[in-house]
Design a protein around this ligand. Structure first.
Ligand SMILES: CC(C)(COP(=O)(O)OP(=O)(O)OC[C@H]1O[C@@H](n2cnc3c(N)ncnc32)[C@H](O[C@H]2O[C@H](COP(=O)(O)OP(=O)(O)OP(=O)(O)O)[C@@H](O)[C@H]2O)[C@@H]1O)[C@@H](O)C(=O)NCCC(=O)NCCS
Ligand SMILES: Nc1ncnc2[nH]cnc12
Length: 283
């Protein structure tokens, strides 16, 4: 069942893509146990976030995702007019999110990643590679109206050289295409169950991602702990195995102790779930 649409009139493509994006965010938030992230068990490394807020934030973004899909359909091709329309809608979506969460940043990175992917999918792309390539072409265009704040990501880029969310999109979401989706499919094929397969996909992202949220909060020690710890869970058999679960619990404790929240990895898991559903035709 979809998050918002209860009306009986036929859904447009933009409605369905917005539903899928919001569903992906809610599925990501609900997935448990995620290391140091907000989930059904608690708030992970966060003091200002909780599951209800993540759900409310996801729902507040539905109109922005729908408008992004409509803009893509209207412009009909990748180009600066569409890129700048997406930037404007994304910034307005961010304001709606902040109004809902009382100023807490819940889904900034997700608006970026899913916004680009929704627009790419609306341009009649149905395979994972076509959607991600199209999203990358959009991300490579420079939005002349984008403000250049000294964001956490920008500060981390200065300090460590990590280019974070922008580069991930410009490269066509390698964390999703090369790691999360293949792991999701592998774990499903092994019969590990959907929740474990999604956890394994998140861990696969965490093994390599330069998550600027982790770098900002916990520096290179935090990032190394995240990457090595995620690899150790997968090496021990993944989330469906007893050894993997033990290592997952250890990783959760270690990241919380370091105040390291892999918020960027969480956004990319939502991106993975979105692309997976587009590819399966289940919308
Ligand atoms: C291009 C933008 C994404 C801006 O990027 P930039 O790096 O400059 O900005 P940040 O504000 O730091 O946001 C980037 C968010 O992206 C997520 N992320 C981090 N690393 C990666 C990565 N390697 N790959 C992909 N995604 C990544 C992450 O989002 C999650 O963490 C958020 C919490 O982060 P933060 O605010 O730092 O929170 P805390 O540490 O908790 O802060 P305190 O409250 O404790 O102080 C959470 O929201 C998750 O979503 C990064 O935060 C883009 O935003 C942009 O340009 N937007 C303009 C509008 C636009 O063009 N839109 C296009 C529409 S399609
Ligand atoms: N589940 C989650 N916990 C904390 N930050 C996040 N950003 C996106 N999803 C998140």
């Amino acid at each position: 069942m979809h998050a918002l649409n209860l009306q009986s009139k036929p859904l447009t493509l933009a409605d369905r893509l917005a539903d899928l994006a919001v569903d992906a965010l809610i599925d990501e938030a609900d997935l448990s146990p995620k290391p140091a992230l907000v989930d059904r068990r608690g708030n992970g490394a966060h003091t200002d976030l909780h599951l209800g807020l993540m759900h409310a934030s996801a729902l507040s973004l539905w109109p922005a995702f729908k408008e992004m899909a409509e803009a893509a359909i209207q412009f009909g091709a990748v180009g600066l007019p569409l890129r700048e329309a997406l930037g404007r809608i994304g910034r307005e979506g961010e304001q709606a999110m902040l109004a809902t969460t009382n100023g807490v940043n819940t889904h900034r990175g997700a608006i970026w990643a899913l916004g680009l992917l929704v627009a790419a999918a609306a341009l009649e792309n149905t395979t994972a590679s076509a959607v991600s390539l199209c999203a990358a072409r959009l991300a490579l265009l420079d939005d002349r109206y984008a403000p250049r704040p000294l964001s956490h990501g920008a500060q981390v880029a200065q300090r460590y050289g990590a280019r974070g969310a922008r580069e991930e999109a410009q490269l066509g979401f390698p964390a999703v295409l090369q790691r999360a989706l293949p792991q999701l499919k592998r774990s499903r094929a092994l019969g590990h169950g959907e929740q474990n397969a999604r956890l394994d996909a998140l861990l696969a992202i965490m093994t390599r991602l330069a998550d600027t949220c982790v770098l900002y909060r916990a520096g290179e020690t935090g990032l190394q702990t995240m990457q090595l710890g995620a690899q150790a869970v997968l090496d021990a058999g993944g989330s469906a195995s007893l050894g993997g679960r033990r290592r997952l619990h250890e990783l959760d404790q270690q990241l919380i102790a370091l105040n390291a929240s892999p918020g960027g990895a969480a956004d990319l898991l939502a991106a993975c779930l979105f692309i997976d559903r587009i590819e399966s035709g289940a919308f």
